[in-house]
Design a protein. Structure first.
Length: 232
């Protein structure tokens, strides 16, 4: 499965390029439909990109932001992806964006799924942009190798927008967008940094079970070669 990798000299150059890609996609959708939506990933990698995007001169009042996936924790937790987005993206002019977090306060993602689906069902569709990350085990979103709920989540014909995921490697129980909604985005981008993740992506691009390296589901079912932004 091919992918199109753009290499940047450092994190700042990558963040600028990624923010420009996403801003362009949001601008195009907003110009066309009067509104646009964006889904971003959590974890340690995106902070600089989110900071850079927050300064983009966009009509943020017409933009909705949500998460590709979420750890099932409140925003007071330092594991919360929603807290990461509020801290690094939703400030300045970007604070005018409508934010749609996935954690509902229900005791489990399974119990919160219907309410979360209700929330995201109202987002402008398809996403103007989706930014994925990837773990060293080849997971993306909350598509963790061997996870409970993985098969349904990476089904290219999944009827549901969201899925609950449980996996030891995931830490907390998770909620994640399913594969079709991510693939339907106008612009689907993978943001990875470092030598190890590049090698993991190369390995995932070779034949093998999707369940072992779930990023393969994205590589195999994407409408065109996945655009990857990488720096050493
Ligand atoms: O909730 C999450 O953890 C993310 O959405 C997840 O898919 C992330 O993109 C990868 O785990 C990479 O995370 P790092 O950037 O921390 O390596």
């Amino acid at each position: 499965m091919p992918f199109a990798l753009a290499a940047y000299e450092d994190r700042a150059a990558l963040a600028r390029a990624l923010a420009a890609h996403v801003a362009q996609a949001l601008l195009a959708r907003t110009a066309r439909d009067g509104a646009a939506s964006l889904a971003v990933s959590g974890g340690r990698t995106p902070a600089l990109f989110l900071e850079t995007l927050s300064a983009a001169p966009l009509d943020w009042g017409r933009i909705s932001v949500t998460l590709v996936d979420e750890r099932w924790v409140p925003e007071t937790s330092d594991r919360s992806n929603a807290a990461l987005v509020r801290a690094h993206l939703l400030k300045g002019a970007a604070a005018a964006a409508r934010f749609v977090p996935l954690f509902t306060g229900a005791p489990t993602p399974e119990a919160g799924l219907a309410a979360a689906e209700e929330r995201v069902g109202g987002l402008p569709h398809p996403f103007a942009a989706v930014v994925l990350g990837m773990g060293d085990d080849g997971h993306t979103a909350s598509f963790f190798p061997g996870a409970e709920g993985l098969e349904a989540a990476i089904d290219p014909a999944a009827p549901a927008l969201l899925a609950a995921i449980r996996a030891e490697a995931a830490g907390e129980p998770r909620i994640t967008f399913t594969l079709p909604e991510l693939l339907a985005a106008d612009t689907l981008l993978l943001h990875i940094e470092g030598k190890v993740k590049r090698e993991v992506l190369e390995a995932a691009s070779r034949p093998g079970p999707q369940g072992q390296m779930p990023i393969r589901a994205v590589l195999r079912h994407a409408r065109r070669p996945l655009d990857v932004l990488w720096c050493p």
